[in-house]
Design a binder for this molecule. Structure first.
Ligand code: URA
Ligand code: CA
Length: 434
């Protein structure tokens, strides 16, 4: 009897048919399947897994559970980029204008973040006047005109995922590769992307704790994206330490502008180049990764990426007079800490720094929380850099009344300096999965 037979099939390790999967998602979204039945089904998937074909059907069923954004009025291959989430990761704000400057249209719907800092939409909203809520027709027109727009999701994207994610959260079934892959890919497909480039992160500061799990998730998402007719590639990257040097909303916009001006950090630019090259490849602008990386570097050096960023900010109502002239960040309290030891930075605990930034007001724990765009942490050193006594290590930007000395001590506790360089240097980008 439906839906018990479908739960039984997965419990017993059978491969579900497209009809079973689609009907299960439709019925659950419409309230015709009880939460306890869906929870049992999810647990069966957790233990038995799913084939790529099943995962693709689950992804498409979830994508079609709500609005499907239609980007067909925009000429060209619309490429979306998604990161599984990291700390000091301002890649989207850098790579989107670079790729748009190369002629690949970027029509991005981005979430507001839950977590250490805001999402990309929150970061952009810290620019005075910038609108992230635009009518769909304005959004589409802007992409046709300048090749780039970013708004928060309008309408209802993949409501089945919203329901299932809440249920997974309450039933210890989040950590399943087919469930994570279908959750992420359903939202990308419903958002209208023709092609998708994923940044799948691993490490202490990431959702996937090990490189092996991140690779497996990346392979699954690439497999189902390709099966669903949306060419997909993934870059597997390290989140053992913060990616960039800024943790905080205005600070991350400032870091993006610096990166577009040719002053980006080593780790951040490595990921920008890797992701940008894949976006140019799937967007049909270059023939191989090397050509893509070279074009990304050219677009930074020529200032074309920064010019596109300025055009994009202006188009969405934001102030541009500060760009290239002064930082956006202005906090009531600013405190710079210097290094006391000589040696090398062998560990920066990104998760701990993220938690401190969040406690300072940079992120939200619940969706009704308000973000303070000005606060956060700016590092002057990256993982593996040499340091000398007296060199500036980081600056804190705090609210009125914040105990800056105590916060600085907390941050310093999570930056480890040792006399010798680390035994193994972990590359930021370990693999590209196609
Ligand atoms: N992010 C998502 O969107 N879904 C998951 O299941 C996990 C992370
Ligand atoms: Ca961040």
């Amino acid at each position: 009897m439906w839906p018990i037979d479908c739960i039984e099939h997965k419990r017993d390790g059978k491969v579900l048919t497209k009809e079973e999967i689609t009907r299960f998602i439709d019925d659950y979204t419409a309230g015709r399947i009880a939460d306890y039945q869906a929870a049992a089904w999810l647990m069966a998937i957790y233990f038995q897994g799913m084939t790529y074909e099943e995962t693709k059907e689950l992804t498409l069923a979830m994508a079609h559970s709500g609005d499907m954004v239609d980007l067909s009025s925009i000429p060209g291959i619309k490429v979306d980029k998604h990161s599984t989430g990291g700390i000091a990761d301002t890649t989207t704000l850098i790579v989107a204008p670079l790729v748009a400057a190369a002629g690949v249209p970027v029509a991005k719907m981005s979430g507001r973040g839950l977590g250490f800092t805001g999402g990309t939409a929150d970061k952009l909203e810290s620019i005075p006047g910038f609108h992230v809520v635009l009518p769909e027709e304005t959004f589409l027109e802007q992409v046709r005109r300048i090749g780039l727009s970013l708004i928060t999701q309008s309408g209802e994207i993949a409501p089945a995922d919203k329901l299932l994610y809440a249920l997974r959260d309450a039933t210890a079934t989040v950590e399943s590769i087919p469930l994570i892959a279908s959750s992420i890919m359903s939202k990308k497909i419903a958002s209208g992307a023709d092609a998708i480039v994923l940044d799948v992160k691993y490490g202490d500061g990431a959702f996937m704790k090990t490189k092996e799990r991140a690779r497996e998730l990346a392979k699954t998402m690439v497999g189902i994206g390709n099966l669903a007719g949306r060419p997909t590639r993934a870059v597997v990257t390290s989140m053992e330490a913060p990616l960039g040097t800024a943790i905080g909303n205005c600070l991350e916009v400032d870091e993006a502008v610096e990166a577009l001006s040719g002053k980006g950090g080593r780790r951040l630019m490595e990921v920008v180049e890797a992701i940008g090259a894949q976006m140019l490849l799937v967007g049909g602008k270059v023939r191989d990764e090397g050509e893509g990386r070279a074009l990304i570097r050219d677009l930074v050096a020529s200032g074309k990426g920064l010019a596109k960023f300025r055009e994009f900010v202006k188009a969405q109502g934001g102030s541009t007079s500060w760009i290239g002239k002064r930082p956006l960040t202005k906090a009531p309290q600013v405190f710079t800490a210097v290094c006391t030891d000589e040696g090398y930075i062998t560990r920066i605990d990104g998760r701990a720094l993220g938690e401190i930034a969040m406690a300072m007001g940079a992120g939200r724990a619940r969706k009704e929380d308000k973000i303070d765009p000005m606060v956060g942490i700016r590092l002057f050193k990256e993982l593996y850099d040499p340091v000398r006594p007296g060199e500036a290590l980081f600056t804190l930007y705090g609210k009125e009344g914040a105990d800056m000395m105590a916060l600085a001590q907390q941050v310093a506790d999570h930056i480890i300096v040792t006399p010798d360089q680390a035994d193994t240097i972990e590359p930021v980008v370990s693999e590209v999965i196609v």
